[in-house]
Ligand binder design. Structure first.
Ligand SMILES: Cc1ncc(COP(=O)(O)O)c(C=O)c1O
Length: 327
């Protein structure tokens, strides 16, 4: 496949299928109506072995996205986690991006998705820094998008649904066409929401702010981790409705997400943010985050799930607790 090298085997409804054979019918409901929910997680290579970052939280969010869309797939949280680990092991991956997907398959093409089978897949691939390695140090230039994030009670932003990414694609394409790396989208009230695939944080006078879930954001797992890590470093972090102009006068702005990790923003709409490069607080938070995901510090939050038996513990305590909670 041009530009996208396949990665061995894909898990499809419990079976491992060769990458080239992992096809679905053109009449599948998801292709026509965007009736899918998915996840994006990462597995990192650490000194103690390959470890998935907050796999339990990601798979729990997949279950929540599915619940919002009335999808009932016969796999509980522990089953999902095992399926991901099995897929990584089968592909002998050391580090990878993990993409579980639940979608309405081939059955009927009415708008009602419920006449179709609910199918699942887990695919993996190697994915480096989403906005480029340089961006992690130097920051990115972004614009406020002319597009608005989905209004509440239209497409639910808390569900990580394939349909939401039609909006994200419009934001991303416009940003690139206009010469920027990314877009920041406002919500229907004109307040800051998020990036096309990242949550946004800003720092002003030593307080860290991020928009609340009510501002049409995805409840990012990285967002939650950064709030915890920043508080651990002694910063005050508040979830606040943010006017657009607050970003322009912020001391620092950064994106967070599984793909983008922690990426500084150096300008917005050609207005320089702070000193126009990664600020010291962004750098401290970035370091704290990378130290955890790269296994350089003890995993005090129980965020890492080791993939291969014998490489540290197979299951973290947090994971065991989550498996009990399930829904
Ligand atoms: C729209 C959107 N917001 C935020 C995020 C960040 O979420 P997470 O940290 O769970 O990857 C993502 C990435 O999945 C996203 O697509």
């Amino acid at each position: 496949m041009a530009g996208f090298p396949g990665t061995g085997k894909i898990w499809m409804n419990g079976k491992l299928v060769e990458w080239k054979d992992a096809n679905i019918h053109i009449a599948s409901h998801v292709i026509h109506y965007g009736s899918g929910v998915f996840e994006g997680a990462r597995c990192y290579e650490t000194p103690k072995g390959s470890a998935c970052f907050r796999l339990d939280a990601h798979m729990r969010r997949l279950q929540h996205s599915a619940k919002i869309y009335r999808m009932e797939y016969p796999l509980d949280l522990a089953g999902w986690i095992d399926a991901v680990l099995e897929t990584i092991r089968a592909n002998e991956m050391k580090a990878c991006y993990i993409r579980p997907l639940l979608y309405r398959g081939y059955g009927s093409l009415g708008v009602n998705p419920e006449g179709n089978p609910l199918d699942a897949a887990i695919m993996l691939w190697e994915w480096g820094a989403y906005l480029g390695h340089e961006a992690l140090e130097e920051g990115v230039d972004v614009k406020v998008s002319s597009w608005t994030r989905m209004a509440p009670n239209t497409l639910p932003a808390m569900a990580k649904a394939t349909a939401n990414y039609a909006n994200s694609a419009l934001v991303k394409m416009e940003a690139i066409a206009d010469g920027y790396s990314e877009g920041i989208v406002l919500d229907v009230s004109g307040h800051v929401s998020e990036g096309s695939g990242q949550n946004v944080f800003m720092l002003r006078d030593n307080v860290i702010y991020t928009p609340p879930l009510g501002s049409s954001v995805l409840g990012g797992i990285t967002r939650d981790s950064i709030i915890t890590l920043a508080r651990g470093l002694g910063y005050t972090v508040t979830e606040s409705v943010l006017p657009r102009e607050a970003l322009y006068i912020a001391d620092e702005v950064f994106f967070v997400g599984t793909a983008a990790e922690v990426t500084p923003v150096k300008s917005i709409d050609k207005i320089q943010i702070g000193k126009g490069r990664r600020g010291p607080v962004t750098e401290a938070i970035q370091r704290a985050f990378f130290d955890v995901i790269n296994g350089k510090v003890p995993d005090t939050h129980g965020w890492l799930t080791y993939v291969y038996p014998g490489e540290s513990a197979l299951r973290t305590p947090a994971l065991k607790a989550a498996a009990g909670k399930n829904r």
